[in-house]
Write a protein that binds this ligand. Structure first.
Ligand SMILES: [Zn+2]
Length: 691
C-alpha cells in the first residue's frame, strides 16, 4: 500500500464527509463507516507523522499542546460598522447613495449574527491562519482552535489564496445543552464562542459545538491565476457573487438575505441568479426588516440586527472608509436591548484621574443575552435628571450593546426618600470633592483609590499585560505598602511575600516573570499604560503615526505649553490635547517617567522591531495587482509592516504609497487622484535594499 497516498485519500474523503454532515446536513455514509475511515487515518498518521497533512480532518479533535495567542497583522482591512437604530435612517442612507451613484446601485442585507468575528487566511487552498478581529489592524492567532470547527473548510477545492471574514457562533440549543454542564457558566452563546476561540488547548475548543458563517471573501494576493471556476473574478464584481461563492465553498449557511435596488430590472436579474435572495426596491426594505424582526425569536441562533452593504465591489473601493468604518456598509441594530430591574444601591467609584462615577448596583437581570448587575449613572446631573432614589424600579438598556445604562425610573420606591446625592468627600481619602463641568473629582493625587486604579490600569491586559498582578494582588500589595506608585512594581522584592497567605513560591515566580517580561512591552503600550485621560490604544497609534514616537518628543512638545501640535492631529479633540500638555508638564509625572526609564521600559517606538529598521514608519500602503517576486502578495505586506509601515485595503487621502503590480485596476486611478507615490515591484525591491 502506498501509505502517503492513502493518507491523502482518507483526508480528502473525510473532509468531504464532514462537509456533507456539518454544513449540508446531508450525510452520505453512516456514522460507523465514518468512524472506521477516521480511525484508519489516525492510525496511519500516528505511525507516519511525517506524512500527516497540516489540515488533516483529524485536527478537528484538537490537541493538548499549548498554542500561544500570537498577534499577526491583517492583510485586509477589518473595520467595524457604523450603526443605525431606525429603518428610516437606513433607507435615507441607501437613497443618498443611489442619488449619487445611480439607480442601479444595489444593497445586500444579511442577518447580523451575534458571535465572534474571525478572519480566515488560506494559502494555496489550505487554511494556514485564523485571526480574531483584534483592533482591526492585527488580531490574535486562533488557528488551532478554528481548525476544530466542523463547518470551517480546512482545504478548498481550488488552490486559491483566499481570505474569508465571518462569525464564529453557536446554535441556541447547543449553547443551552453545553453551558449546563459547565461549572462556570457563560451568560450568552456569544461569550462562550469568544471564550472558546481564546482557549489555549485546542482539545478544549474541540468540545464546544462552534459554527462558522462567512460573509466576506477576497483573493489575498490578487493573483491572475484564476481557476476554472473563475473564483477571483466573481469575488471582484459584486457581493451577491461573493455570497454564492461562500455558500458553494461551504463557508456559509443558508440564511435570510435580501437585495434592494431602485432599478426593478436589476432586482429581477439578481433574484433569477439567486432565487433564495429576497429582492425588492428600496421602499420594500422596511417590510424585509419587519419580517426579520418577527423571525428573530424563532431562529436557532442569535442575531442582533442586519448588515446592509453596497453590492458593487468597485463602488465600495471608490467610497473607501473613514478611520473607523467603511462608507459602504451599515449595521442596523433591531433595538437597544432593555430590561427592568430594581436599584439596590449606588456605589461611588473614584478613577485613576480622580473622576467620581456613581455606579448602580442592580438586582441581576438578563439584557440582550447577558446578565447585568451594574450600570453606569455617569454623574450627579444624570441622577438628578432621572430623579433616582434607592429601591426604585428602573429600566436599563445596553445602548450600542456595550455599557449598560439606567434609562429611567419606571416605578418609584415606596415612601418619600430623597434623590441620591454624591457625598461631599471622597469615600477613600476624605478629601473634599471638587466639581468640574458635569463631574466631581477627588483632587488628592495621593488618594489610595486613585493610586490603586492607576496601578490596575498599568498592569491590565490591554496595557503592560502583567497577568500575575491582577486587581486582587494589587490591592494586597498596596495594603502591605509594598507597591504604591507605578515604579514600585519594578523595584519591590516579591520574595518578601513568601509566607503570606496565597503567596506560594509559584505565585511569586509568576510575579517576577510577569514584571520582567513587561520591560519588553513596546512604547505604544507603555504610553497607554500611563493612563492619561483620553489616551488609549487608538490615540497612541495616532500619536506615533504623527511623529510623536518617543517620550522625549512628547515631553519636549508639552514643555512649549501649547496644545496646538496635538490638537492638529486628525481625530484629536481640544480636551485630549490639553490633557497631554498638562500631563507632560507635571513634575511628579516627569519624575515617574524618568524612574520607569531607569527600570528599562521602552521610551521610544523605534525599539519595537527586532532589527530596528523603521524606514517605512508613518507610511500607509495600498497594494494592488499581481507580483513576480511577492507572491502571495501578503509577503510584500509583511515587508512593509516589519518596517513600521501600515497596510490599508483602499486608497484614501491618508494613503502615502501605492505598490503597483500587473493589472493594477481601479486603485491605481484613485491613487493618481489623491497623489500617493506609485511604486512598482522593482522600485519596491530597491527601496527595501536602500536601507
Ligand atoms: Zn480620594
Amino acid at each position: 500500500m502506498d501509505v502517503r497516498r492513502r493518507i491523502r485519500e482518507l483526508s480528502r474523503l473525510l473532509l468531504h464527509h464532514q462537509y456533507l454532515y456539518y454544513v449540508l446536513s446531508r450525510p452520505e455514509i453512516t456514522d460507523l463507516e465514518y468512524d472506521r475511515l477516521f480511525s484508519e487515518l489516525s492510525e496511519l498518521e500516528k505511525r507516519y507523522p511525517q506524512w500527516a497533512l497540516i489540515n488533516s480532518p483529524t485536527r478537528r479533535v484538537g490537541s493538548d499542546l499549548d498554542n500561544s495567542l500570537e498577534e499577526h497583522p491583517h492583510t485586509v482591512e477589518v473595520l467595524s460598522l457604523d450603526k443605525e437604530y431606525t429603518t428610516a435612517k437606513v433607507v435615507e442612507w441607501m437613497c443618498k447613495l443611489a442619488d449619487r451613484h445611480g439607480d442601479h446601485t444595489g444593497f445586500v442585507a444579511e442577518e447580523k449574527l451575534d458571535g465572534a468575528s474571525v478572519v480566515l487566511y488560506y494559502r494555496k487552498g489550505e487554511l494556514f491562519r485564523a485571526l480574531t478581529r483584534g483592533d482591526g489592524y492585527s488580531g490574535n492567532d486562533v488557528t488551532a482552535n478554528v481548525r476544530t470547527i466542523p463547518s470551517v473548510p480546512l482545504v478548498l477545492e481550488s488552490s486559491d489564496d483566499l481570505v474569508v471574514r465571518g462569525e464564529v457562533f453557536m446554535h441556541r440549543d447547543d449553547f443551552l445543552a453545553f453551558n449546563q454542564r459547565l461549572e462556570n457558566r457563560y451568560s450568552s452563546p456569544r461569550n462562550l464562542a469568544a471564550g472558546t476561540l481564546r482557549q489555549l488547548k485546542s482539545s478544549q475548543a474541540a468540545r464546544v459545538p462552534l459554527r462558522f458563517n462567512g460573509y466576506e471573501a477576497w483573493m489575498d494576493a490578487g493573483k491572475v491565476a484564476w481557476n476554472s471556476k473563475g473564483t477571483s473574478l466573481s469575488l471582484k464584481t459584486d457581493h451577491v457573487a461573493r455570497l454564492s461563492y461562500l455558500q458553494n465553498a461551504g463557508f456559509r449557511m443558508k440564511g435570510h438575505a435580501g437585495f434592494f435596488c431602485r432599478d426593478v430590472g436589476r432586482c429581477r436579474e439578481v433574484s433569477q441568479r439567486i432565487p433564495e435572495l429576497a429582492a425588492g426596491t428600496l421602499e420594500e426594505f422596511e417590510s424585509f426588516v419587519n419580517n426579520a424582526r418577527d423571525r428573530r425569536g424563532a431562529l436557532n441562533y442569535e442575531i442582533d440586527g442586519l448588515v446592509i452593504k453596497i453590492n458593487e465591489i468597485p463602488l465600495r473601493e471608490t467610497l473607501g472608509a473613514t478611520a473607523h468604518h467603511p462608507r459602504w456598509a451599515l449595521a442596523f441594530k433591531f433595538d437597544a436591548p432593555e430590561a427592568e430591574t430594581r436599584l439596590l444601591g449606588i456605589q461611588v467609584q473614584v478613577g485613576r484621574n480622580g473622576r467620581v462615577t456613581p455606579v448602580a448596583e442592580l438586582e441581576p437581570v438578563v439584557v440582550g443575552g447577558s446578565t447585568v448587575s451594574r450600570a453606569t449613572l455617569h454623574n450627579q446631573e444624570y441622577i438628578n435628571t432621572l430623579e433616582l432614589r434607592i429601591k426604585d424600579r428602573v429600566r436599563i438598556s445596553r445602548r450600542g450593546d456595550v455599557i449598560p445604562a439606567v434609562e429611567k425610573v419606571v416605578e418609584p420606591a415606596d415612601g418619600h426618600g430623597s434623590i441620591f446625592q454624591l457625598p461631599n468627600n471622597c469615600p477613600f481619602c476624605d478629601s473634599d470633592l471638587v466639581r468640574q463641568g458635569a463631574h466631581h473629582f477627588c483632587p488628592n493625587r495621593d488618594c489610595p483609590e486613585r493610586q490603586r486604579r492607576a496601578l490596575i490600569h498599568f498592569t491590565a491586559r490591554a496595557q503592560m499585560d502583567i497577568e500575575s498582578l491582577g486587581e486582587k494582588t494589587i490591592h494586597f500589595l498596596y495594603e502591605k505598602d509594598l507597591v504604591r506608585r507605578i515604579p514600585d512594581i519594578y523595584t519591590f522584592d516579591p520574595d518578601q511575600l513568601l509566607g503570606e497567605a496565597g503567596f506560594k513560591q509559584r505565585k511569586i515566580s509568576a510575579i517576577c516573570e510577569g514584571v520582567e517580561a513587561s520591560r519588553n512591552q513596546p512604547f505604544s503600550r507603555v504610553l497607554a499604560a500611563l493612563g492619561i485621560e483620553g489616551i488609549g490604544a487608538a490615540a497612541v497609534r495616532l500619536l506615533i503615526e504623527n511623529g510623536f514616537d518617543s517620550m522625549h518628543k512628547l515631553i519636549a512638545t508639552a514643555a512649549q505649553g501649547d496644545a496646538e501640535p496635538f490638537a492638529a492631529i486628525h481625530g484629536f479633540g481640544e480636551t485630549t490635547a490639553r490633557a497631554l500638555v498638562e500631563y507632560f508638564q507635571d513634575s511628579e509625572n516627569l519624575k515617574m517617567i524618568r524612574e520607569l526609564e531607569a527600570c528599562g521600559l521602552q521610551m521610544q517606538a523605534q525599539k519595537e522591531s527586532g532589527e530596528g529598521d523603521r524606514s517605512l514608519e508613518n507610511t500607509v500602503w495600498v497594494i494592488t495587482g499581481s507580483f513576480k517576486h511577492y507572491s502571495p502578495r501578503s509577503r510584500a505586506a509583511d515587508e512593509i509592516s516589519q518596517r513600521g509601515g501600515r497596510i490599508a485595503a483602499t486608497v484614501t487621502n491618508r494613503t502615502t504609497h501605492l505598490l503597483k503590480g500587473e493589472s493594477p485596476g481601479s486603485k491605481l486611478e484613485r491613487a493618481l487622484e489623491t497623489g500617493a507615490t506609485i511604486v512598482d515591484e522593482e522600485q519596491f525591491i530597491d527601496l527595501l535594499r536602500a536601507k
